[in-house]
Structure formats: structure tokens, C-alpha cells
Design a protein around this ligand. Structure first.
Ligand code: HEC
Length: 121
């Protein structure tokens, strides 16, 4: 368990480091405690982040999504770009016990587009 945690932390650090050159998506914390610094986000994106924080941290840490946004690559190895955001959202919605509505995913997808844009700056 501890080893798994260390491996996870290490991966997050490497990803954060690798992404830091181009990624302008500021984050705080690491591993499962990772959060995006939303102080500069517009109000509608701030409120979407509130939803994201609740709905998208049920099965994995927010870091899974954040590092994916920063690297443009999903941990499973496929490209994560603007065009694939809806498909990922739909995939998450289909998971058993996802406990989110289509509208939740739509809102989060808009946030994903915004954050992916920010990460590319
Ligand atoms: C019901 C559980 C569950 C919920 C809720 C959930 N996810 Fe996931 N997510 C998973 C699993 C399991 C994986 C691992 C890859 C897979 O099986 O698709 C994953 C992987 C990911 C990945 C990495 C993609 C990959 O192929 O590895 C991203 C990005 C992601 N989720 C984003 C989100 C977002 C955004 C939300 C909220 C809208 C969300 N997840 C909600 C279960 C969930």
C-alpha cells in the first residue's frame, strides 16, 4: 500500500515536472490531494469546478484528471484533446455507480475544455 502510494506520488511529481514547461494550469497539493488553483477562473468555471470536485473524485483523485489535462495524454496512453473530451465524459458517465447526470457531465466537459486551454498556454 505504502509502496503504491510512493509510486503514485512519484508519477505525479514527474508528470507535474514534465508538464511545467508549457502547462499554465496552476495546481496545489499532490497525489489524490491535488487541486487546481481556480483563483483566476471566471465565475461560471469556478462553479463548474465545485461540481467537478464532488462528482469526479468519487472513483479516482482529481490528480488523474489534472495530470491528464496537463500532459494531454490519458494514463491509459491515449491522446486527451479538445475533440476527445466529450467521449471521455460519456465514458465516465457509463461507469457503474457514476452518480452523475448527463447535465453534470456537460458542465464538467465545459470546464475540461477551459482547463485544457489554460494548460496549453
Ligand atoms: C464511477 C467511477 C468514476 C467516476 C464517477 C469518474 N471516473 Fe474517471 N475514471 C474511472 C476509471 C475506472 C478510470 C480508469 C480508466 C477507465 O477505466 O476508463 C477513469 C479514468 C479517468 C481519466 C483518465 C483517462 C484514461 O483513459 O485513463 C480521466 C481524465 C477521468 N477519469 C476523468 C473523469 C472526470 C472528468 C469525471 C467526472 C465527470 C470522472 N472521471 C468521474 C472511473 C470514474
Amino acid at each position: 500500500m505504502e509502496r503504491k502510494l510512493i509510486t503514485l506520488l512519484f508519477t505525479a511529481i514527474i508528470l507535474a515536472w514534465a508538464g511545467s514547461a508549457s502547462a499554465e494550469l496552476k495546481t496545489t497539493g499532490s497525489g489524490a490531494d491535488m487541486q487546481v488553483d481556480i483563483s483566476g477562473f471566471p465565475p461560471n468555471m469556478k462553479s463548474a469546478y465545485g461540481l467537478f470536485k464532488v462528482k469526479c473524485a468519487k472513483c479516482h483523485g482529481l490528480d488523474r484528471t489534472i495530470t491528464t489535462l496537463q500532459s494531454g495524454m490519458a494514463p491509459s496512453g491515449s491522446v486527451f484533446d479538445i475533440a476527445s473530451i466529450d467521449a471521455y465524459g460519456a465514458k465516465m458517465l457509463r461507469k457503474p455507480d457514476a452518480e452523475m447526470s448527463k447535465q453534470d457531465v456537460k458542465t464538467v466537459n465545459e470546464l475540461m475544455r477551459y482547463m485544457l486551454d489554460e494548460a496549453a498556454k
